[in-house]
Design a protein around this ligand. Structure first.
Ligand code: ZN
Ligand code: CU
Length: 509
């Protein structure tokens, strides 16, 4: 006689569920079948092909990294250990105006486009080609992707040091249309960066026109996060209003010493805008940022650590000041000689970082740059740092809120249907962690370190990380924009007045 079929592929037994809606935790078993959550509750005596003991552990939705530059890494480092080891099961790629598609073979990539992966050979002429490749060779985690405006400029313009002309705008806009048709969830810009610094507000609005009909997102690394941050916020809100689409402010911060404390002004301004339009924001839990090596004074004001350098790989992990002294040149000159590459800039105040993280609507995004030997520790440490350091040790917010900021809130803001909460019928993206021991171990000195306290990470039903090791599973999916996802309304974004009791329903929808 054939054995009776097992009811579940996997049964997570005896854990405490934090479901990603911000609701209080509750004890329950979680049954998974066919890549979906099949049951939540007391599942004692039910049969399963495999059982995972979660006594004393939290069982939560897999974390969604709202801000990444993993476009190329998903193909060249498909295990994605730097993310899955943190409990991340989905990444949003294509941020800061830079996406891997569409790009022509042999087009030289100006910084910061080269941050996606300096060694990358693969080029994709269209978003559909990129998604097809990810479908053929899946990564270990899911991806939703934005099309980058700087990438479109590189594709369509003969020179980048001016605003786009009407024909170029039309060409870029057609490429946005194509990306959306392939399933991109929106468009990103990075007007802070040389390839897009000359783009006018009007250019961005006209290029982004196709977003309107689809209700796709406008996501931005703003023109300025320093002295002119308020004007940059207003530009962002205006683009969102004129296109009538939700906007996401990427890695919100206020940098340079004279601006320390200004989050007390920016956050109320963002909250006010949320009353009349959809605005979201994310943040990484560190006082240092990381991007391409820059030579401008504002960026070199604080301590600068070189993360990677193409001409001087031996300088990775060293202070720019020490390199400049050794070479007998000023820091901007040393920085110029180290280009192209990436660096870590200590330009923020801890109080601002905490205030922005604790702001009700702030999502968690790593902004990790997956290249080089000495990346910013956020690449490996962002999510456990928020759970362990900021939630448990500093007490910035309860664990339920921390989980919500990296799951349900993010899925809602990006329209990722079927993800971000633990409920029957949802995709089985799950993380099991120990709330007493979870912490980041990646440091500036030694950044490639997996988190402590992560028991297991499950992606679409497959155990992908367990006992500190990758299982080899590659069950990640491409998440295409869901045209039927309910459109967000500004009311849904105004969490300020809503008590914790009403938010769960909002987030679960
Ligand atoms: Zn950025
Ligand atoms: Cu970024």
């Amino acid at each position: 006689m054939a054995p009776a079929p097992r009811e579940f592929d996997l049964l997570i037994r005896g854990g405490c569920v934090i479901d990603g809606t911000r609701a209080p935790r509750f004890d329950a078993d979680v049954g998974i079948a066919g890549g979906r959550i099949a049951a939540i509750g007391d599942l004692a005596g039910r049969s399963a092909a495999r059982t995972l003991d979660a006594a004393g552990r939290i069982v939560a939705p897999g974390f969604i990294d709202s801000h990444t530059h993993d476009d190329q890494a998903l193909l060249s480092q498909p295990d994605m250990s730097f993310k899955v080891s943190q409990g991340v099961t989905t990444v949003v790629a294509g941020n800061c105006g830079i996406s891997i598609a569409p790009l022509r073979e042999n087009t030289p990539l100006p910084s910061p486009l080269d941050l996606l992966d300096a060694s990358a050979q693969a080029r994709f002429a269209s978003f559909a080609d990129y998604f097809d490749e990810l479908g053929r060779t899946p990564a270990s985690i899911n991806v939703a992707a934005l099309v980058g405006h700087s990438t479109l400029r590189v594709m369509t313009m003969t020179s980048l040091d001016r605003p786009a002309e009407p024909a170029e705008i039309a060409a870029m806009s057609a490429l946005v249309e194509e990306a959306l048709a392939a399933g991109a969830i929106g468009m990103s810009t990075g007007t802070f960066y040389p390839p897009a610094v000359k783009a006018s507000t009007e250019e961005i609005i006209e290029v982004g026109r196709p977003l309107t009909a689809s209700g796709a997102l406008y996501v931005t690394h703003m023109r300025d996060e320093s002295d002119k941050v308020m004007a940059a916020l207003d530009e962002t809100f205006r683009i969102g209003r004129e296109l009538d689409v939700p906007v996401v402010i990427s890695h919100h911060k206020v940098q340079n010493t004279p601006n320390f404390g200004r989050s007390t002004v920016t956050l109320p301004h963002i909250r006010a805008a949320m009353q009349c339009q959809c605005v979201a924001l994310d943040c990484y839990p560190y006082t240092a940022g990381s991007t391409m090596i820059r030579t401008d004074r504002g960026m070199l004001d604080g301590r600068v650590l070189i993360a990677s350098s193409v001409p001087h790989p031996e300088c990775a992990g060293r202070d720019l000041g020490a390199i400049a002294a050794e070479w007998g040149v000023a820091e901007p000159e040393a920085a110029r000689r180290l280009q192209p590459g990436s660096a870590i800039y200590f330009l923020m105040d801890e109080a601002d970082v905490q205030r922005i993280l604790a702001f009700d609507e702030t999502m968690i995004g790593s902004d990790g740059i997956p290249v080089g030997e000495k990346p910013h520790p956020r690449l490996w440490g962002t999510f456990p740092r928020v759970l362990g350091h900021y939630s448990r040790d500093v007490g910035l917010f309860p664990l339920e809120t921390a989980v919500w900021k990296m799951t349900g809130l993010t899925a809602r803001n990006f329209g990722l249907t079927g993800r971000g909460t633990l409920a029957v019928g949802q995709h089985a993206d799950v993380v099991v962690f120990d709330p007493r021991t979870i912490r980041d171990t990646a440091t500036y000195e030694s950044p490639k370190k997996p988190a402590a306290g992560i028991d297991a990470v499950i992606v679409n039903g497959a155990i992908t990380w367990q006992h500190g090791r990758h299982s080899g599973a590659r069950s990640g999916q491409v998440i295409r924009r869901d045209p039927k996802a309910p459109r967000r309304t500004p009311a849904a974004a105004t969490a300020s007045k809503a008590a914790a009791s009403s938010m769960p329903n909002e987030a679960a929808r």
